[in-house]
Design a protein around this ligand. Structure first.
Ligand SMILES: NC(=O)c1ccc[n+]([C@@H]2O[C@H](COP(=O)([O-])OP(=O)(O)OC[C@H]3O[C@@H](n4cnc5c(N)ncnc54)[C@H](O)[C@@H]3O)[C@@H](O)[C@H]2O)c1
Ligand SMILES: O=C(O)C(=O)C[C@]1(C(=O)O)C=C[C@@H](O)C=C1
Length: 361
């Protein structure tokens, strides 16, 4: 692929554009808000000038409700050899394009399974898709050329291609993405009117569970409106678990010994099923979760501290697999957990101690 046009230069469009531009593809950027395209261009994602002729690939990265219209318009104008979108739902946009009478041979619906709770080009990064699944939903009509262009895009973004049927994709993301978004929002919503004394106690658990509750409601209304049935099915199962858990807790509360045993068994059941589900969540790079160890360090809440600790780890030849930061409420310090290979714990601990970092158990 030599040229591409990204339409919709928000988080996803700009991230793909940065990856492509960084690997030598000539990228054009367009957005219905020209300021967004200008920002993406200023970040090095490409040029916000119109392409002079057809490009190799058009990548449509606009909110789901606008995907079909945007694609239909780009196809009508003959902007490219191949067209794809990255929307979080796949069945609806395809059916809309069919209803508009578009020729779907040069179109492929795709979905990178990577994102953030923030929107816009400034939240973008070239490595957003690295090691993450990128779903491709070809149909019998899909031309090999557009499939090859999509595979090249996925490879240039260092993602992992996964081929699926569009409706199977929508059922899968109802389970692993759309329901978790709603549950995160519902847990966070409990805090809206909560007493400040309770909110002050927020620790890492609630931060983990509510990170995606900060997502853009407008985008998610679009996504959920395009996948309501499968999401409602998963939520209904969840509602059964909730009802059962409330019943178990009431039994525990009752004080009668039989009822308490029954309640404890109910709670144990849901927690154990949770453990069994959690171990199935793939780890970094889509592989099975690796057995990493953690080195915990007390870190000051001031500019440059993170860069300094990363540089010290790098100097010790240690690769940091993941990072978690726990902020202590009301203090100018937090605990940083550096997640590393087990055999890196000793050299990292020694190096950090030598550099004066306060290690914590
Ligand atoms: N955010 C995620 O985590 C995530 C992950 C994977 C896929 N997606 C999908 O990627 C797409 C973009 O999401 P995002 O998170 O980058 O959103 P975003 O809000 O960061 O960016 C969307 C951009 O599209 C522009 N836009 C809106 N309507 C347009 C139109 N008609 N023509 C041209 N530009 C238009 C907006 O101005 C904005 O710059 C969505 O379809 C979403 O479902 C999102
Ligand atoms: O990590 C996040 O912030 C996301 O929610 C990303 C996430 C997801 O559910 O995995 C959200 C929606 C997209 O369609 C794809 C990815």
């Amino acid at each position: 692929m030599r040229t591409a046009l990204v339409i919709g230069t928000g988080l996803i469009g700009t991230s793909a554009a940065l990856a492509l531009a960084g690997r030598g593809v000539h990228v054009h950027l367009a957005d219905h808000d020209p300021a967004q395209a200008r920002t993406a261009a200023a970040m090095g994602a490409g040029s916000d000038a119109e392409p002079e002729g057809p490009v190799d690939l058009v990548i449509v990265a606009v909110p789901p409700a606008h995907v079909a219209d945007t694609l239909a318009d780009a196809m009508r104008r003959g902007l490219a050899r191949g067209y794809l979108d990255v929307a979080s739902v796949k069945g609806g946009p395809r059916r809309e394009l069919e209803a508009k009478g578009c020729d779907l041979t040069h179109y492929l619906g795709t979905h990178p399974m990577s994102g953030r709770e923030r929107s816009g080009p400034l939240a973008a990064s070239a490595d957003l898709f690295e090691g993450r699944p990128w779903v491709l939903t070809p149909s019998r009509d899909t031309d090999t050329e557009v499939l090859n262009l999509a595979l090249e895009l996925v490879a240039l973004c260092h993602a992992v291609p996964v081929v699926m049927d569009a409706d199977a994709h929508d059922r899968a993301v109802a389970l692993v993405s759309h329901t978790p978004q709603l549950v995160s929002s519902m847990v966070a919503a409990r805090l809206q009117n909560a007493d400040e004394t309770a909110v002050r106690l927020c620790g890492q658990g609630i931060r983990d569970v509510t990170r995606i509750a900060a997502s853009d409601p407008a985008m998610w209304i679009d996504i959920l409106s395009a996948n309501p049935g499968p999401v409602a099915d998963v939520l209904a199962e969840l509602a059964d678990d909730l009802a059962e858990t409330v019943r178990a807790l009431r039994s525990l509360e009752s004080g009668a010994e039989d009822a308490r045993e029954d309640g404890a068994a109910g709670i144990a059941d849901v927690l154990r099923r949770g453990n069994a589900g959690r171990v199935r969540v793939p780890g970094k790079h889509g592989a099975a979760p690796a057995a990493y160890d953690t080195v915990t360090v007390l870190i000051g809440d001031q500019p440059g501290e993170l860069a300094r600790i990363f540089a010290d780890a790098d100097r010790a030849g240690v690769n940091i697999e993941d990072v978690r930061i726990e902020h202590a409420t009301g203090q100018q310090a937090g605990r940083i957990q550096l997640v590393v290979e087990p055999n890196a714990v000793q050299p990292l601990t020694v190096a950090l101690r030598e550099r004066g970092w306060p290690l914590r158990p």
